[in-house]
Design a protein around this ligand. Structure first.
Ligand SMILES: Nc1ncnc2c1ncn2[C@@H]1O[C@H](COP(=O)(O)OP(=O)(O)OP(=O)(O)O)[C@@H](O)[C@H]1O
Ligand SMILES: O=P(O)(O)OC[C@H]1O[C@H](OP(=O)(O)OP(=O)(O)O)[C@H](O)[C@@H]1O
Ligand SMILES: [Mg+2]
Length: 284
């Protein structure tokens, strides 16, 4: 049975459960459940605090987990990222009252409040800057107003929390994060590996189904090369003859975000009966 750690709370938990459900796995019905078995897929899910997931996975007690890249790096645990999942995207940045600092080099001798000491201490050391780091569990933006620190380092998504606190980011982003699947470092030879790969193929299937649509259209043989250049597909489009001589039907996967523009471009070169349909699941 594959043992998988899933976030039980916070920004990661809802989208993670949704993705697992789309990949065909059983998920818990209520938020108090801490573990469930999915016997049909031979998987057991453990619902854990996102911050603890890298530690469980690195200990080898659980095979894989879903967490944030920032949380993985912050933990310092011996675990590695094996698949980015595209949700809970954020940047990790320094912020302060306008005019306080322009970059990490200005932090010498100052105090930085954060929930992510591992990331911040690593970043300061990398730049040879000697500053104090104060750990806070959350709502870090308030630390400046209340005089606990002059600078904070925190997760930024829309920037609303910073604006509301009258703060501004400064310097280069410390890192970019998103939800990721992790496993113990050097785990490739584990006996669970084939099941891990099957799990990853399922999640990749969901990612592809979310980013691509299937496009079908008819076009004249003379226009085929131009049309195929617009819809090259992942490998190569399927081209089938139509009953009407001189016409072919084409089928290819296209990025969902570009679908409307591609339909316009196909129409302009004479393609007709252009349809897009959702992809519900796939294995590439
Ligand atoms: N506003 C946000 N937008 C996108 N991702 C976020 C946001 N806040 C946190 N994250 C991401 O979620 C993960 C943090 O998990 P955490 O459990 O702390 O979530 P949270 O939403 O901050 O919940 P909590 O209320 O428990 O602090 C990190 O990977 C972080 O980058
Ligand atoms: O840029 P924004 O869109 O405003 O999002 C970023 C905010 O979201 C998270 O806070 P959360 O709500 O998780 O509270 P916390 O500080 O208690 O973790 C994060 O710590 C920031 O405060
Ligand atoms: Mg938080």
């Amino acid at each position: 049975m594959l043992r998988i750690a899933v976030p039980n709370k916070g920004s990661l938990s809802g989208p993670a459960a949704e993705m697992l459900h789309e990949a065909g796995y059983r998920q818990r019905r209520e938020s108090k459940e801490l573990r469930i078995v999915d016997p049909a897929n031979e998987v057991e899910f453990f619902y854990l605090r996102p911050r603890d997931i890298a530690i469980y996975v690195s200990s080898g007690k659980l095979d894989i987990g879903i967490t944030g890249r920032d949380l993985l790096i912050d933990s310092g645990a011996r675990a590695e990222e094996i698949l980015p999942l595209g949700f809970a995207r954020s940047t990790f940045r320094f912020a302060a009252k306008p005019g306080t600092a322009n970059g990490v080099e200005d932090l010498k001798g100052r105090t930085v409040a954060t929930s992510y000491e591992g990331i911040v201490e690593g970043h300061l050391a990398e730049h040879g800057v000697d500053a104090s780091v104060v750990h806070l569990d959350g709502a870090v933006e308030t630390a400046i107003e209340l005089g606990v620190a002059e600078v904070i380092a925190d997760v930024v998504e829309t920037g609303t929390s910073l604006r509301n606190a009258g703060l501004e980011v400064f310097g280069e982003p410390i890192m970019k994060s998103e939800a990721v699947v992790i496993r113990r470092t050097d785990a490739e030879s584990d006996e669970a590996e084939p099941k891990v790969q099957q799990f990853l193929r399922r999640l990749q299937g969901v990612l592809v189904a979310r980013t691509y649509v299937m496009m079908d259209y008819d076009c004249r043989v003379e226009q085929l090369e131009k049309a195929v250049a617009l819809t090259p597909g992942l490998e190569s489009p399927t081209v089938s003859p139509l009953h009407n001589e001189g016409w072919v039907a084409v089928r290819a996967m296209v990025p969902a975000k570009e679908a409307q523009q591609i339909m316009d471009d196909l129409y302009d070169i004479g393609a007709r009966a252009i349809l897009t349909t959702a992809i519900h699941a796939c294995r590439l």
